[in-house]
Design a protein around this ligand. Structure first.
Ligand SMILES: Cc1cc2nc3c(=O)[nH]c(=O)nc-3n(C[C@H](O)[C@H](O)[C@H](O)COP(=O)(O)O)c2cc1C
Length: 387
C-alpha cells in the first residue's frame, strides 16, 4: 500500500488504475480549460496568516450545512458516472461520506440508482437534479428521492446546455465503454478495474435506464439527455421544482451576485458558487474569486457555499475565510475513489480534514465560524483585477 499524504498522491494512483476514458472525463474542463485550471491556481494566490501563542486545544472543524451537523463543512459534490471510476462508486462514496460525517450528493447521472444507494447507507443523503424539460420525469425522480429519504435537493442551474469537453469526444465516452480497439488496448492495462466491474451489475445510468420509456440502452440515453436539458429554464421553473420538492434546496452553479440575490429571494436554503468545475462556461472567473462579492451581496439571507478547485484543507480554509460557509468537493473525492475505492474516498476526506484542522490551528483559530478575511493575504488586485 503506497503512503498517501495528499490529494495529489491519490490522483497519481487514480490515473494508473482507471481507464483513460474515465480519468479524462473527470480531469477536464470545457474548451481551452482556462476556468478549470484557474479554479485551482487562484487558490494558490491566496496566502494564510500565521499566528502564534494562541491556545489551540479543544478546537473543532465541525459545523452545519443547511441545518445538518457535519464533521467539517465539506460535502461530496454530485458527480456523474461515479460508478464508472470504480465499480459501485456511488455506494462506496456515500458510505465513506456517511462514516466520516459529511454529506454525499447523488447525481441524476449516476450509475447506482437512488434506491440502490439508499439501501446501502443508514442516514439520508442529498439528491441532485438537472433542470430537464420533462415535468413527468422531474416529478417522478423527485418522488423517488423523497421516497428514498433524501434530506436535500441540489438543483444544478448551470447546465441548460452542455459545455464541450474535447477529450470526451475524442475518447468516445460512454457507460459502459464501447469496445473499440483503443479502448480495449487501454482496458487491458486496467485489469483490477475490469475485474471489479465484471462483478457488478451496475454499469448503466441507474436513475434513468428502466425509468424512462424508450431509454433502454446507452446510445438512446445520450440522445435523450441532450434533448432533455431545459433550454427554456427560468426562475419560475426553478421555483416550481422547489415547490415540488418541498424540503431543503441548494441551488448549484451561481456565479453572479444578482443571481445569488434572486436565489435567496425565492427561498433557496443554500447556493453554491460554482462554474461546474470549469466544465461549462470556459472563460468564466474561478469560483473562489466570486465568493467575496456574492457573500457580501447575499449576507445571511441564504448559506453561501462554493466549489471548484478544492484540493486541500488549506483551500477549504481559504474559501471559508473569503465568506463561504461550506464547500463541495468533486474531483478530490473522485481521485480517491478511482485510486482505492471506498478507502480512497475516506483517505481523501482524512487528508482534507487533517490539513484543515492543522492550518486552522496554525492561523490561530479554534472554530471555523471565527475564520475570516483577517486570516488571509491576497494580491492587492485579487478581487478587482477583472472589471
Ligand atoms: C467528472 C465530473 C462529473 C460531474 N457531474 C456532475 C453532475 O452530474 N451534476 C452536477 O451538478 N455537477 C457535476 N459536476 C460538477 C461537480 O458537482 C462540481 O461542481 C465540481 O466538480 C467542483 O469542482 P472540483 O472538481 O474542482 O472540486 C461534475 C464534475 C466532474 C469533475
Amino acid at each position: 500500500m503506497p503512503v498517501i499524504t495528499c490529494i495529489e498522491d491519490l490522483k497519481r494512483l487514480y490515473r494508473r488504475r482507471a481507464p483513460r476514458m474515465f480519468y479524462d472525463y473527470a480531469e477536464s474542463g470545457s474548451w481551452t480549460e482556462q476556468t478549470f485550471r484557474e479554479n485551482v491556481t487562484d487558490f494558490a494566490e491566496i496566502r494564510l496568516r500565521q499566528r502564534i501563542a494562541v491556545d489551540m486545544t479543544g478546537r473543532s472543524t465541525a459545523g452545519q450545512m443547511v441545518g445538518q451537523d457535519v464533521a467539517m463543512p465539506v460535502a461530496l459534490a454530485p458527480v456523474g458516472l461515479t460508478g464508472m471510476q470504480n465499480a459501485d462508486g456511488e455506494i462506496k462514496a456515500a458510505r465513506a461520506a456517511e462514516k466520516f460525517g459529511v454529506p454525499f450528493t447523488l447525481s441524476t447521472m449516476s450509475i447506482c440508482s437512488i434506491e440502490d444507494v439508499a439501501d446501502h447507507v443508514t442516514k439520508p443523503f442529498w439528491f441532485q437534479i438537472y433542470t430537464l424539460n420533462d415535468d413527468d420525469f422531474n416529478r417522478k425522480i423527485i418522488d423517488r428521492a423523497k421516497a428514498a429519504g433524501c434530506s436535500a435537493l441540489v438543483i444544478t442551474v448551470d447546465l441548460q446546455i452542455l459545455g464541450q469537453r474535447h477529450k470526451d469526444l475524442k475518447n468516445g465516452l460512454s457507460a459502459p465503454p464501447k469496445f473499440t480497439i483503443p479502448t480495449m488496448l487501454n482496458l487491458a492495462t486496467k485489469w483490477a478495474w475490469g475485474l471489479e466491474m465484471l462483478q457488478t451489475k451496475r454499469r448503466f445510468f441507474g436513475n434513468i435506464v428502466g425509468h424512462v420509456e424508450g431509454v433502454s440502452d446507452p446510445s438512446s440515453l445520450s440522445a435523450w439527455t441532450a434533448e432533455k436539458f431545459d433550454h427554456a429554464l427560468n426562475w419560475d421553473k426553478i421555483r416550481k421544482l422547489m415547490d415540488m420538492w418541498g424540503g431543503k434546496v441548494i441551488l448549484k452553479g451561481v456565479m453572479e451576485a444578482e443571481d445569488a440575490q434572486k436565489a435567496a429571494e425565492i427561498g433557496a436554503d443554500a447556493i453554491v458558487v460554482s462554474n461546474h468545475g470549469g466544465r461549462q462556461l470556459d472563460g468564466a472567473l474561478s469560483s473562489i474569486r466570486m465568493v467575496p462579492e456574492i457573500a457580501a451581496a447575499v449576507g445571511d439571507k441564504t448559506e453561501v457555499w462554493m466549489d471548484g478547485g478544492i484540493r486541500s484543507g488549506q483551500d477549504v480554509l481559504k474559501a471559508v475565510a473569503l465568506g463561504a460557509k461550506g464547500v463541495m468537493i468533486g474531483r478530490a473525492f473522485v481521485y480517491g475513489l478511482g485510486a482505492m475505492g471506498e478507502a480512497g474516498v475516506t483517505k481523501a476526506l482524512e487528508v482534507i480534514h487533517k490539513e484543515l484542522d492543522t492550518s486552522m490551528a496554525l492561523c490561530g483559530e479554534t472554530r471555523l465560524g471565527n475564520v475570516g478575511k483577517h486570516n488571509v493575504l491576497m494580491p492587492k488586485d485579487f478581487l478587482d483585477r477583472y472589471l
